[in-house]
Design a protein around this ligand. Structure first.
Ligand SMILES: CC1=C(CCC(=O)O)c2cc3nc(cc4[nH]c(cc5[nH]c(cc1n2)c(C)c5CCC(=O)O)c(CCC(=O)O)c4C)C(CCC(=O)O)=C3C
Ligand SMILES: [Fe+2]
Length: 362
């Protein structure tokens, strides 16, 4: 079956280095014009070198694409899947060139970022606009019309794997363990500008975390105490970023006599470098030093039962329907309701100045 007027899915991701020689050029791509101090860059380079100079993120995208393709075939959905990254091969313009060669006219974009913010959404939309412009200059054939699928932070298919992970981790840890949801820190100014009305990044994380904690309570029959903490702070020390940092928060919990922590990487779709280094390496070491029992819950993107992949199919079918359909209630958790696809005007403003963005009103 063809899907409405849509003839492709485009996976839009961050990209990561695939060997030691890629690390420095990759970091230059990521931080161009972003004002990141030299020392921070050298430190982050070391995180990659510790893992052989290779980030797992591209392999996870390859795995996700294979899983989506197989799922589409199994459900009679005739939709090719393309892939482009912001910061490493295959880049977005390469994906657009392939789509143009194949005659793709209208594609839906799936971002590997679940939440609103400049870094997690609008920057990708700006990159897509720039890629369309770059490729548009090369030829007269038509480029695809691109639309973004809604963010999925409050989707059952994204959150339920976290619920299972928390329940399993609690079994292993001493009674009284705290559940700590962790996401990528961003500058507080970026949070203030996120979504159409501001503050959306934190609001979406609190909503998602409350949904997971609520389902955990329902299934084990007892409430858990939980908090939201942040990892991967970057930028100059003078600039305020969202806090508490996960390591500082572990100190605080140990001081309160909490015996263990379940770390839930709620901000991340797959186990890329932030998860492997900032959580599994650094935060785990902090917990060990403090004598806190530690468990890290898996991310949902590559979960073996493919609930995340089924969610992608649901998003595509709902959004490609004419007119687009609202999700049935059981697919949506939390209090914020269904999320828009293409963004309203002014969404997640670039605090460094306006640049054109695709998949939205501006
Ligand atoms: C919100 C958010 C997400 C989640 C949404 C999404 O997934 O998009 C995310 C994901 C990722 N961030 C990643 C890597 C990096 N992010 C950096 C820098 C920054 N991230 C920021 C925010 C986010 N980042 C910000 C505000 C900066 C400061 C510079 C700036 O204002 O732009 C830097 C520079 C060095 C440093 O300062 O850490 C690196 C290397 C990787 C790839 C990992 C891998 O290779 O496996 C992934 C998936
Ligand atoms: Fe980042």
């Amino acid at each position: 079956m063809a899907v409405g007027q849509v003839d492709a899915l485009l996976l839009v991701s961050f990209g990561g280095p695939e060997g030691p020689d890629d690390v420095v050029p990759f970091l230059e791509n990521v931080t161009r014009g972003r004002g990141i101090p030299r020392e921070r860059l050298e430190e982050v380079g070391e995180h990659y070198f510790r893992f052989g100079g290779r980030s797992p993120i591209n392999d996870q995208c390859r795995g996700l694409i294979r899983a989506i393709e197989a799922d589409f075939v199994a459900h009679g959905i005739d939709l090719p899947v393309y892939w482009g990254n912001r910061n490493w091969h295959p880049y977005l313009p390469d994906a657009l060139r392939r789509m143009r060669e194949d005659g793709v006219r209208r594609a839906l974009c799936l971002f590997t970022s679940a939440y609103a913010s400049y870094s997690g959404c609008r920057q990708y939309r700006e990159n897509l606009a720039a890629a369309l412009e770059e490729v548009g200059k090369e030829g007269s054939e038509e480029l695809p019309d691109l639309h973004r699928l809604p963010h999925y932070f409050n989707r059952a298919g994204f959150l339920e794997p976290f619920v299972d992970g928390v329940l399993a981790a609690l079994e292993e840890l001493p009674d009284g363990a705290r559940v700590v949801f962790v996401t990528h820190s961003i500058p507080t100014a970026m949070n203030d500008a996120s979504g159409p009305d501001g503050g959306r990044y934190v609001a979406e994380h609190l909503d998602a975390a409350a949904s997971v904690a609520g389902r955990v309570k329902d299934r084990r029959g007892a409430a858990v105490e939980w908090d939201l903490a942040y990892c991967s702070r970057s930028g100059p020390p003078s600039q305020p970023w969202l806090e508490p940092d996960i390591n500082d928060h572990l100190e605080e919990l140990a001081g309160q006599g909490v015996p263990g922590v379940v770390v839930v990487p709620i901000g991340f779709v797959s186990d890329h470098m932030e998860v492997l280094y900032d959580l599994d390496t650094e935060a785990r070491e902090t917990a060990e030093r403090l004598g806190l029992a530690f468990a890290r819950v898996p991310t949902p993107g590559t979960a073996p039962d493919a609930r995340f992949v089924a969610m992608v199919r649901d998003l595509v079918l709902e959004y490609a329907a004419q007119p687009p359909q609202e999700p049935p209630a059981e697919r949506l958790l939390g209090a914020l309701g269904p999320v828009w696809g293409d963004c309203p005007g002014g969404c997640c403003a670039n605090t460094r100045g306006y640049r054109p963005a695709c998949c939205g009103a501006d």
